[in-house]
Design a protein around this ligand. Structure first.
Ligand code: OSB
Ligand code: MG
Length: 369
């Protein structure tokens, strides 16, 4: 298979609810969409970057630049036997993992369609539905957060993650635990603390949390190991794991007992599957993280989350948790048992609604070999 042409687009989709984390507040989902053509087929991929480099160093503008000027030209017209070869082909560009992941995803979708197989099958997925949860941002008051949690429990979500930051942590989580004694609950600090704040996490240690996600700096496996040694609750790393070998090192050091896998952060599905395997070989469970993806990125994440070592519920919610109208049809929906079905059709599954994509596009360009 040879990719003949690629269209890159910057899209902006209003979020139904603003999402506030320790690094900032988003009310619009920004993304770069990649549309690749080969043999009369079209494959889609998403770069779920943000407008500002607050989660990691990438933005939609850096992804646009790196895709347009380096990554896409390196792939156009190149004979590929399998999408796994994309990673090697793009390795000459340092980092820019989200940009790489979006392009690689479009090739996986193309290849899967060409083979008449689902992305789930190609990635080695073993489940037809995955356990999911909902990730909640910081709210104005604890009562507001409690009301939002209640709403999502009524909708059928069975696991809740809440964002924390200094000043919005133990007190909030204690109150949630009091109100919802049996709900599987976890927290995500997005690197907002240092080891000097260990007491905050020790105070949360008897609240029965599933895990504490990325409490410390993204580049600090050593202090995460020191923190994990002081806690019974598993530490889970997100930002710190940018390569499969980061997972190996984190596990060897004892920096975490759980790993969050995002193909976007890791540079694509090949790297994500390798990270999954690194963790599985060492008996460390993983779960699928999210970046408020549109349906395009969400479908691919669902396929990934069906691999065997995804043992905790993912940050994969239904389309209507994020958007009035998603870019795919049918949208992603929550099943009554708190799971989401993994598509069985060829490629990523449901159809991309080009008319809707057009409406949210703010910039587009075709690239040809
Ligand atoms: O840290 O997991 C994170 C969203 C944007 C950037 C980083 C994160 C998140 C989420 C949202 O937690 C998860 C979702 O997509 O529902
Ligand atoms: Mg996170």
């Amino acid at each position: 298979m040879k990719v003949e042409a690629v269209e890159v687009r910057i899209v902006r989709m209003p979020l139904r609810f603003p999402f506030e984390t320790s690094f900032g507040r988003e009310d619009t989902k920004h993304a770069v969409l990649v549309r690749a053509q080969a043999d009369g087929l079209v494959g889609w991929g998403e770069v779920p970057a943000m407008a500002a480099p607050l989660y990691n160093e990438e933005t939609v503008e850096t992804a646009w630049h790196v895709l347009r000027d380096f990554l896409v030209p390196a792939l156009l017209g190149v004979e590929l036997q399998h999408p796994r070869q994309v990673r090697e082909r793009l390795r000459f560009v340092r980092r820019h993992h989200m940009a790489k992941a979006g392009l690689e995803a479009a090739v996986w979708d193309l290849y899967a369609q060409q083979q008449g197989r689902s992305l789930r099958e190609l990635l080695g997925g073993v489940r037809d539905r995955v356990k999911v949860g909902v990730s909640l941002g910081i709210e104005a008051t604890v009562d507001d957060l409690v009301r939002r949690v209640e709403g999502f429990l009524v909708e059928g979500y069975r696991r809740v993650k809440v964002k924390i930051r200094p000043g919005w942590d133990v007190g909030v989580v204690r109150e949630l635990r009091r109100r919802f004694p049996d709900v599987p609950l976890q927290v995500d600090a997005n690197s907002a603390y240092t080891l000097e704040d260990a007491a905050v996490f020790e105070a949360m240690d008897d609240l029965g949390l599933l895990l504490i996600e990325q409490p410390l700096g993204e580049d600090d496996l050593v202090d995460h190991a020191k923190l994990q040694a002081r806690l019974r609750t598993p530490v889970c790393l997100d930002e710190s794991i940018a390569h499969p070998h980061d997972a190996r090192k984190a596990i060897e050091l004892g920096s975490c007992r759980v790993v969050n896998i995002k193909a976007a952060r890791l540079g694509g599905f090949s790297a994500a599957v390798e990270t999954h395997d690194v963790c599985a070989e060492r008996g460390v469970p993983v779960w699928c993280g999210g970046m408020l993806e549109t349906g395009i990125g969400r479908l691919a994440n669902l396929a990934l989350a069906s691999l065997p070592n995804f043992r905790l519920p993912g940050d994969l919610s239904a389309s209507d948790r994020y958007f009035e109208e998603d870019l795919i049809e049918p949208p992603v929906v929550l099943e009554p048992d708190g799971t989401i079905r993994v598509p069985e059709q060829a490629g990523i599954g449901p159809r991309v609604r080009l008319d809707r994509v057009d409406r949210v596009t703010v910039r587009r360009e075709w690239l040809r070999g």
